[in-house]
Ligand binder design. Structure first.
Ligand code: NAD
Length: 284
């Protein structure tokens, strides 16, 4: 099995990046979204990505960027978008009802050979597999935001995923310039968030319990481990609203950290990197 034609469902933050990266690496890609407005938005996102690639990716000269754009087309017709696809990568909103509905529709229009992969961050493939109508040809292929520099692709099947499909997706991930991370079993949060979420929670607890200041906690982590950034620099990159929402759902210490975030940062408009200030100040 080998993939040639790729279709991406959803052209938001991740879908646009996945579609462009795949086209950049030489695959013909159709990016599907629900209406023309979303496609217009996607075209703007692609222009924005082109400027990032030009800056961050060594090989991205004008010729390579133009060729990538030429390999990428858009559609609002699911049947058209899926009819020649060897692989469909789904990056629609993180709602189980939307995911299941999309797969049910996709199953009726995609050829039987087509492999489906979800980029879902929180739903296990086994929660979606039945709706795909082809559980053996379905798995998770999970990218990180800023795919062109943060190029991990976590590959996670469910118990019914065919080993051949799994291997082909691992090879595809490598072909599009990702570092494939193979998970042997289903794991909520994959590898990355299984590490990151408890790490950030532990840092939040140190602050909520009055043990140390965020800057000193970051400094400890950076100097003692050689890591380039500490947990509160990561919080700023994630965005403090997201951090607040996650902390609010945790235990009592985590909720105290949520209150700390709200009182000291969120209510003052300090939301992290995107707002120009969070635990640290950023140039615009
Ligand atoms: P987003 O909201 O930016 O984009 C979702 C896109 O899907 C929108 O363009 C929307 O119009 C489109 N859409 C809505 N309904 C649709 C349908 N029925 N069919 C096709 N498209 C539809 O979302 P996002 O942040 O790109 O997240 C997409 C997926 O990627 C989620 O599963 C999320 O868990 C995962 N993910 C997100 C990140 C991140 O940092 N944002 C990182 C890794 C994984």
């Amino acid at each position: 099995m080998i993939f040639h034609n790729v279709t991406v469902l959803g052209t938001g933050v991740m879908g646009a990046q996945i579609a462009f990266q795949t086209a950049y690496r030489g695959f013909p890609v159709i990016a599907y979204d629900i209406n023309d407005e979303m496609i217009d938005k996607a075209r703007k996102t692609i222009n924005y990505l082109v400027t990032h690639y030009a800056k961050d990716v060594k090989s991205a000269d004008d010729g390579a960027l133009m060729a990538a754009q030429a390999r990428l087309s858009f559609s609002t017709d699911l049947g058209e978008a899926a009819k020649k696809a060897d692989l469909v990568i789904e990056a629609v909103p993180e709602r189980i009802d939307i995911k299941r509905d999309v797969y049910t529709k996709l199953a009726s229009v995609a050829p039987p050979k087509t492999v489906f992969a979800t980029n879902s961050s929180t739903f296990l493939p086994s929660a979606i597999a039945e709706a795909t109508g082809r559980p053996d040809r379905f798995l998770a292929l999970h990218f990180a935001n800023r795919i062109w520099t943060h190029n991990t692709a976590e590959i996670m099947g469910h118990p019914g995923t065919s080993p051949e499909v799994y291997r082909t997706v691992v090879d595809f991930a490598r072909d599009i310039g990702m570092e494939p991370i193979e998970l042997h079993k289903e794991q909520p949060g994959y590898v990355l968030n299984s590490l990151l979420v408890p790490f950030l929670g532990a840092a939040g607890a140190l602050v909520a319990n009055g043990i140390a200041e965020p800057r000193d906690i970051d400094k400890t982590w950076r100097i003692a481990t050689g890591a380039p950034v500490g947990p509160f620099q990561i919080y700023d990159a994630v965005g403090l609203n997201t951090a607040y929402n996650i902390s609010l759902n945790g235990d009592a210490t985590s909720q105290r950290f949520a209150a700390y975030l709200k009182d000291n940062y969120i209510d003052k408009g300090k939301l992290g990197v995107l707002s120009g200030e969070g635990f640290y100040k950023y140039k615009s």
